[in-house]
Design a protein around this ligand. Structure first.
Ligand code: OFO
Length: 171
């Protein structure tokens, strides 16, 4: 089935936003790497993998629905960080922005009665819920434990354990 052009364009732009998210999180990993917090850096490198996986799911979906995918220019991330909390707050804000963007895609699919795309986006809605929770939890953990060296060390060790699991979706 050919997808509606407006909805297709929105999903095509969503691919760009997901790849930008990966690019953004690379800069977060770079910040923590420089600080010697390799666990935090690992957490964001796994996040990079997740964002690229999201982009690939959307690309596959558009290709399977007769939409000609176009790779758009990726913007340069422009955030500068002055302390270890900054990237965590920026991540939470970014995830809320992505949630709003997914919701806009969902609204378009709903208006079109495009149930297939709504089903695809159901997964993204759930995923965004989890990502917002993760981002918010990281802020809370930093508030609670990040102010002393031992607490920060333990947090870093915990984030070191995060591993990438590919989403159970066809790409
Ligand atoms: Fe693609 O989930 Fe975050 O942004």
């Amino acid at each position: 089935m050919a997808i509606d052009a407006t909805l297709g364009n929105a999903l095509n732009e969503q691919i760009n936003k997901e790849i930008y998210s990966a690019y953004l999180y690379l800069t977060f990993a770079d910040y923590y790497e420089d600080r010697g917090l390799k666990g935090f850096a690992n957490w964001y490198m796994i996040q990079v993998e997740e964002e690229l996986a999201h982009a690939k799911i959307l690309r596959r979906y558009l290709l399977d629905n007769e939409y000609q995918v176009k790779m758009l220019a990726i913007a340069q991330p422009d955030k500068t960080f002055t302390n270890d909390m900054d990237p965590l707050i920026a991540a939470y804000e970014h995830e809320k922005y992505i949630t709003a963007s997914i919701n806009e895609c969902y609204t378009l699919a709903y208006e079109q009665h495009d149930f297939r795309t709504m089903q695809l986006l159901d997964w993204f809605v759930k995923e965004q819920g989890e990502e917002e929770t993760n981002a918010s939890d990281m802020i809370k953990n930093m508030e609670l434990f990040g102010n002393d060296a031992k607490g920060l060390f333990e947090l870093d060790r915990e984030y070191q354990a995060r591993a990438f699991t590919a989403p159970a979706m066809s790409m």
